[in-house]
Ligand binder design. Structure first.
Ligand SMILES: Nc1ncnc2c1ncn2[C@@H]1O[C@H](COP(=O)(O)OP(=O)(O)OP(=O)(O)O)[C@@H](O)[C@H]1O
Length: 588
């Protein structure tokens, strides 16, 4: 369905507000059209009062004046109702679209985020959504208003006097054309201006985010130049927009007054020739003044259609994008009994890639066991871990937890049972307690503290100004890399997952603390599988099973001792990491 049809039908899901807005628009426009007639009538009656000076003439003038006043007040009230309910529909639509957008964001697969920049998603969720939200009031309701005002108004003028009617309407096509051209040009330049401003925002964001690098490398001058260039571009464009607006406004005003001059000239002659009353001429001029604004607004209406159409295309393409990873129909919650994880001939290729990342990986791990994964950068270690909680779906083979294929169980139960502690930790701007309890907001205080104790973070937290209530994140207390990693470990421990993966997540933690964390986790790990991905062999030497990955294949497997005895790649890596630096330098 076309985006405009879709948003129109969506807006009509609020029939009460929508019909009040439309009804009030039609009544307000009709009342507005009576004003020039009444005004003309009043002028003629005033003329009669002056020339005839009769009782009846005065009374008639009074009545017309009162009717005029009533029509103006009523028009104002109906315009108020129109604006209120049209806006109200827009806000309801905006609210519902925002929820639909956010709901979709929560369900999107990792592969979608790999493809689409988060800045683009924010643009869809803010600007595109706004373009759609406004369509009801600035597009649909305005169309009705303009059709009634211009259509009925033109008919009334032409039916009163054809020649004068044509002259009075002569400015309409020109102003409608200029206004549409101006609005469309302004829209196009607005989009470019947004891009320029987003470059400015990005430059500023990077500067603030990387402020330490900028200062350390004395990059201030370079940063200022970058900012200045982006700023100048935005300034030039803003000037161009002002020129378009000023030029078109002047042209439209000129054509309106030219038409008005013509009407005065021809109409004046008709009045002199007594073919027309002064009141009728005055009503023509008032009609023109009333029509001027809506005709100028034709451009805004055209713009609203253009905007809603392009915004709608992007917005609905996002809403309709297939969710690659979701619960399959009839998925049941994962049930953990023995806690056995099995990879059976797993193959995986990233969506959009032609090169397989994992090639026939098979292994088994039981509850209480630790599996270490080692290999060169890019060999597929993180990928392997990300397949267990279904961040991506495998291309071939099977991954099971207690004989249940991970694709057959509900995602929520799976992800509560498999926790991946990443190397980069994201902290929400909230208290430490809320950050740790993110996966289980109802976790008891003691549970949170125990998790922090195991992650060797409790003592540090107790030294903070408001201990667990201390706010961290961008606007809170800054944590070091190692402390962030420990917080991330605590966050996963709270979940008590059946499989816990440490993806290079102790790289920023010193060996002593890492050892203490490992011992603490081992105490709680009798019923869970711990998987450790690390470059530092000392982090995973104690594992029950170590897998050596190379180009997505397991090329060596066994315990530390077995692998050393094999004398293969693991042995070589071990020697490299344990050999004194002097030996290495001598070997080079
Ligand atoms: N989201 C992605 N989309 C496409 N290819 C990816 C994606 N993530 C990783 N890859 C590719 O898959 C391969 C394996 O990456 P992976 O991150 O699993 O390696 P790794 O062994 O964990 O590396 P490191 O030790 O550096 O963390 C790499 O060639 C990488 O470029």
């Amino acid at each position: 369905m076309a985006p405009l049809t879709r948003i129109t039908l969506f807006s009509l899901r609020h029939p009460f507000q929508a019909s009040l807005a439309v009804g009030a628009t039609i009544i307000a426009a009709t009342l507005q059209l009576t004003i020039p007639r009444l005004l003309g009538q009043a002028i003629d009656q005033a003329h009669n009062v002056l020339s005839v000076a009769g009782e009846g003439a005065q009374e008639a003038l009074l009545w017309t004046a009162l009717t005029l006043l009533a029509a103006s007040v009523a028009r104002g009230l109906f315009t108020l109702v129109q604006n209120y309910f049209a806006e109200s529909v827009g806000h309801h639509v905006g609210y519902e679209l925002r929820l639909a957008f956010y709901d979709k964001v929560q369900r999107l697969s990792y592969s979608y985020h790999d493809r689409v920049h988060s800045g683009d998603l924010i643009t869809i969720g803010l600007l595109d959504l706004d373009g759609l939200r406004m369509f009801f009031s600035t597009g649909l309701v305005r169309t009705i208003l303009l059709v009634v005002l211009i259509g009925v108004g033109a008919w009334m003028l032409l039916s009163t006097d054809v020649l004068l009617g044509f002259l009075a309407l002569s400015f309409v096509p020109f102003v409608a054309w200029r206004s549409s051209v101006a609005q469309l040009t302004l829209r196009a330049t607005w989009l470019i201006l947004q891009q320029k401003l987003s470059v400015l925002t990005r430059v500023m964001e990077e500067n603030l985010g990387g402020i330490r690098v900028v200062r350390a490398f004395s990059g201030q001058k370079h940063e200022l130049n970058k900012f200045d260039t982006a700023s100048k571009d935005a300034l030039e464009l803003a000037h161009r927009r002002v020129r378009v607006r000023v030029k078109n406004t002047s042209m439209m005003t000129f054509s309106f007054f030219a038409a008005m001059g013509l009407v005065l000239w021809v109409g004046g002659n008709k009045v002199i020739a007594e073919e027309m009353t002064v009141g009728t001429l005055a009503s023509f001029l008032t009609f023109m003044t009333i029509l001027q604004m809506p005709v100028r607004q034709l451009g805004l209406m055209v713009n609203s259609y253009a905007r809603a159409s392009t915004c709608g295309e992007r917005f609905y393409a996002f809403l309709d994008a297939p969710v690659e990873i979701e619960d399959k129909p009839g998925a049941t919650p994962l049930e953990i009994s023995n806690g056995v994880l099995r990879f059976e001939d797993v193959h995986f290729t990233y969506p959009g890639s032609t090169v397989p990342t994992l090639n026939g990986v098979s292994f088994e791990a039981k509850a209480g066991q630790t599996v270490g994964i080692v290999g060169a950068p890019g060999s597929g270690k993180s990928t392997l871990a990300h397949l267990i909680p279904r961040f991506y779906d495998i291309t071939a083979g099977r991954i099971t937890l207690d004989d249940q294929d991970v694709r057959d169980v509900t995602l929520q139960s799976l992800r509560r049972s498999v926790a991946v502690v990443q190397q980069d930790t994201f902290l929400f701007t909230t208290t430490i307690e809320n950050n740790i309890a993110y996966g289980d907001p109802w976790a008891k205080e003691r549970k949170i503290e125990r998790a922090a104790e195991s992650a060797q973070l409790h003592n540090y937290i107790m030294g903070l100004p408001a201990d667990y209530d201390t706010v961290v994140g961008e606007r809170g207390v800054s944590l070091s890399g190692g402390q962030r990693q420990r917080l991330s470990i605590a966050r996963s421990l709270v979940l008590k997952p059946a499989v816990m993966v440490f993806d290079d997540s102790t790289a920023a933690i010193d060996a002593g603390t890492e050892h203490r964390i490992r011992s603490a986790i081992r105490r709680f790990a009798s019923d869970r599988i711990t998987m450790i991905i690390a470059h530092r062999l000392s982090s995973l030497m104690h594992a029950d099973l170590i897998l050596f990955l190379e180009d997505g294949r397991i090329v060596e497997r066994g315990t530390h001792e077995e692998l050393l005895a094999q004398g293969g790649r693991y042995r070589a890596l071990y020697d490299l990491q344990t050999r004194p630096t002097d030996d290495l330098e001598a070997a080079q």
